[in-house]
Structures are given as structure tokens and as C-alpha cells.
Design a protein around this ligand. Structure first.
Ligand code: ADP
Length: 451
């Protein structure tokens, strides 16, 4: 709002608020870079920059049977991977269990006994002989302060978990105790964040991979850092040199100041969230919020008579219902290249809007484009900062990305590349699908070798 001029319309106001100029992007990337440096030094920063204690990337000569246990949300996944020693891996057993609500809010013992019981159900007749036992990589996708590859305490629960006796406790120890109670063989050799697993698994396929990103329900990333730069690590570890993967916890970027240009839609999303004031970058990028952002824009436009206002258009109550506009609708809408935008029309119907005009549909499509554009631009800023921190000029550097927002949204990849171009960053962005389990299994192998 320059010099008190009223914006022409809610729509044009939204489009200008949501768009980021090249210089704004540059500024965000610079702030991000500085927050990374602060996090590495251990001084107050919105990005935690958690050391993973993973210091090697796979050689592709890994051989044998290794397991991955993955607790990332409401599902617990148990997988067995077989590595052939020549760079090829296959899943030889996999089970998925829904964590019952009662275990998410009960005691640590109840939750970890449940996990151990799931692990016990895996096929035990497997050829474990090659590795001399059963070894597990435990993917635990909650912020965890690690002090070793197989030691880490939960900082705080997220994603609806509220189990008592886990925060500030070593989650590997809790799982080992549950194994013992069952009289169960096998050891957990590595505790792994899902971004770290994604990075390792992508590096198994392509050793030029330096960054692993998740763009799903939430967003986060891990990258390869020089140990000497991780100033908050004890000197005896830093003196060893080499590399260590850092779990950035980048979803929280900007939660401590004015580093992210935010709109009143962003403020409404944050106000209505369970973690107000936290994960502000995540709230602009990830699948959990994209649909709701579109809905809040539509409410504003509808209330000012700028969409679905022609006689004969019927708008049902869903427009006012939080989270009724799903993030996958953004993809469906963007895929629609038809002249009359009939897929957009179909989404509108699902959403409770009947008889829209072509102009309404065009506006809806533009709103979706605007929101995905900002998400891609912000992702580009974050990746650019990581690449600057890595200090690589190499256009061969690979960024592996997993998650539905990246995988399924038709234009995300292209918008992200354009954003990276705007920031003069060169890299290869690839899809690293479902890598976190395989990565955890590989790390359990690597950790084993290093013992
Ligand atoms: P998770 O991150 O939970 O492991 P996903 O990577 O599948 O799982 O991400 C799920 C999130 O992605 C949900 O918030 C969902 O709304 C969103 N999502 C699913 N499909 C699409 C799509 N086609 N386009 C954009 N977002 C999507």
C-alpha cells in the first residue's frame, strides 16, 4: 500500500503480497545463510542445525540385510533391505502399522512396547547371517538432539504425539529397553532423521548428492557440512575433520524475527495452528498448509464480491470450513489446460461451488499458481543458502527431494529451478522417492562398520 493508495482489489492486493521480487529472495537467502551460521555456532537461531553424527556417505559396496524402523507420524513402518554390494538395493519385507491414538498419548513404555511388537512380526527366517545379527536404523522424524549416531533425546513432540516420558529421554535407549522386555535379538545401530535418510539414499544412487529435502506434510532438509564448521561440536570431534550431515530443521526459519515477508493470510494460518509462532517457513511451503492458504484467499475474494459473485453461482458452506480445500486440489487445478477449465470446475464442485463462470475459474487457477510460486521461491531461497554454505560452485551438485508437494505438483520443479536461477544457483534437482528408510538401513550399516 504505497502512500496510502487503496489497492484496486483484494485479488490484486493478494497477488502483490504473495509475490517475491528477486531482491526480496536475495534478502531471504542471506538471512537464511546467517541463521545457518548461527545455528552451527550454537547461538540463538530459528534453525536448529542439529548434528546427525553421520560422517560417511555410502560407497555402494554395502552388502547384506539391514532394517529400517520408521516412526514419522501416525504410521510405523518396518522394512528389511537387502544390499547386493554392487550399488543395488531391494526391499525384501515391509510392514506398515497405524500407531493407535492411545499409544500417541500414553506412556513411553506403552508406545515403545507397541513398536517392539511390530518389529517382532517381521519375517525372521531371513538371511541375516551375512551381517552376523540384526541391525536396525531407527528413523525418528521429530526434533532430536543427538550426541552420537545411536544416541539422541527428543527435544519436543510434534504431529499430534504427546506420549509421556519421552521428551528429554534417549529414544534409542527406550526402544532397546522395549526389545529387552520382549527378549528380542538385534540392535539399533543408528538414529536417523528422515531428511538425513533421504540424503544418504540419494547419495547411494548418486554420490554428488549434497542436500536432501522433504516437501510433504512438513518441510525440512539435511546437507553435508565440513566438521570444522560445526563450531558447537566439542573440539575433539572437530579436530577429526571430514564431513558430517546436519539436520537443519529449516521449517522453523524466520520464527524469531522479520526475515520472512508474511501476509495476513499467513498470520491467520499461524493463529489457527497448534504451534503458533513456530515453523513459519513450513507454514508457507508444506502440504499441510497450501490448501488452507488458497481457501483463506478465496474467502477474502468471495467476501469482497470478486469471485463467484455472478447470479446463479451457488457457494455452499465448505468455503468457511478450515482445511476443506485440500493441498492436492492445487495440483489438480494446475494440470487443467482445457479451454473451459472443466477440471477446475470439478474441483469447485467437490468444494461446494456450483455454476462458476470461466472468469471465476481463471482467478482460482491464478490464486493456486501464486501460492505454489511463493512456496517454490522460498524453497529456492533455502536451498540457495545451503549451497552457499557448502561453498560449491559445481553445477553437478545434486539436491534430492522427497514428498508429495514436489512429486505431484506439476509445476513445482520448474518453478523451483526458475527460483534457483534467479538466485544464480546451479544444481541438479532430482526426485528422491521414499529414500528415508533405505537411507536409515544404509546408515545402520555404516555405523556398524565404524564401531
Ligand atoms: P509425509 O510428508 O506425511 O510423509 P507426503 O510426502 O505424501 O507424506 O505429503 C503429504 C502432504 O502432501 C499432505 O499434506 C497432502 O495434502 C500433500 N499432497 C498430497 N498430494 C498432493 C498433491 N498432488 N499436490 C500437492 N500436495 C499434495
Amino acid at each position: 500500500e504505497l502512500l496510502g493508495f487503496k489497492p484496486r482489489s483484494v485479488f490484486s492486493d493478494l497477488t502483490s503480497q504473495f509475490s517475491l521480487t528477486g531482491s526480496q529472495m536475495e534478502e531471504i537467502a542471506t538471512h537464511f545463510f546467517m541463521e545457518m551460521r548461527r545455528g552451527l555456532q550454537g547461538i540463538e537461531s530459528s534453525i536448529r542445525m542439529l548434528p546427525s553424527y553421520v560422517t560417511e556417505i555410502p560407497t555402494s559396496r554395502e552388502k547384506g540385510v539391514y532394517y529400517a524402523l520408521d516412526l514419522g507420524g501416525t504410521n510405523f513402518r518396518v522394512s528389511r533391505f537387502t544390499f547386493d554390494g554392487m550399488g543395488s538395493a531391494s526391499i525384501t519385507d515391509e510392514r506398515k502399522y497405524t500407531v493407535p491414538d492411545s499409544k500417541m498419548t500414553g506412556t513411553a513404555e506403552e508406545l515403545f512396547d507397541f513398536l517392539a511388537e511390530c518389529v517382532a512380526s517381521l519375517d525372521t527366517s531371513a538371511d541375516d547371517a551375512s551381517t552376523g545379527g540384526r541391525f536396525y536404523g531407527f528413523t525418528f522424524s521429530f526434533p532430536t538432539q543427538q550426541t552420537a549416531i545411536d544416541r539422541g533425546t527428543l527435544i519436543s513432540w510434534t504431529k499430534g504425539f504427546n506420549t509421556t516420558g519421552v521428551v528429554d529421554h534417549d529414544v534409542v535407549e527406550l526402544l532397546r529397553d522395549a526389545f529387552k522386555r520382549r527378549g528380542f535379538e538385534g540392535d539399533i545401530t543408528a538414529l536417523v532423521n528422515d531428511t538425513v535418510g533421504t540424503l544418504i539414499s540419494a547419495a547411494y544412487t548418486d554420490p554428488r548428492t549434497h542436500i536432501g529435502v522433504i516437501l510433504g506434510t512438513g518441510t525440512n532438509a539435511a546437507y553435508r557440512e565440513k566438521v570444522e564448521n560445526i563450531l558447537k561440536l566439542p573440539k575433539e570431534i572437530r579436530d577429526r575433520g571430514g564431513e558430517m550431515i546436519i539436520n537443519t530443521e529449516w521449517g522453523n526459519f524466520g520464527s524469531n524475527g522479520k526475515m520472512l515477508p508474511s501476509t495476513d493470510v499467513d498470520r491467520e494460518i499461524d493463529d489457527n495452528s497448534r504451534n503458533k509462532g513456530q515453523q513459519l517457513l513450513e507454514k508457507m511451503i508444506s502440504g499441510m498448509y497450501l490448501g488452507e492458504m488458497v481457501r483463506l484467499c478465496l474467502v477474502r475474494m468471495y467476501d469482497s464480491g470478486e469471485i463467484w459473485s455472478e447470479p446463479g453461482v451457488e457457494v455452499k458452506a465448505d468455503l468457511r470450513k478450515p482445511n476443506s480445500f485440500l493441498s492436492r486440489y492445487l495440483s489438480d487445478i494446475e494440470y487443467d489446460m482445457s479451454e473451459q477449465l472443466h477440471i477446475v470446475h470439478r474441483v469447485e464442485k467437490t468444494f461446494g461451488v456450483e455454476g462458476s463462470t470461466l472468469e471465476d475459474r481463471i482467478k482460482l487457477k491464478e490464486i493456486c499458481g501464486m501460492i505454489i510460486q511463493r512456496a517454490a521461491n522460498l524453497t529456492a531461497c533455502a536451498i540457495a543458502a545451503c549451497i552457499r554454505q557448502i561453498g560449491s560452485q559445481d553445477s553437478d551438485l545434486v539436491v534430492g527431494i522427497d514428498g508429495s508437494v514436489f512429486e505431484h505438483h506439476p509445476s513445482f520443479r520448474q518453478r523451483l529451478s526458475a527460483g534457483l536461477g534467479e538466485l544464480a544457483v546451479q544444481c541438479n534437482v532430482i526426485l528422491a522417492k521414499d529414500g528415508s528408510g533405505q537411507g536409515a538401513a544404509l546408515i545402520s550399516h555404516g555405523a556398524l562398520i565404524a564401531r
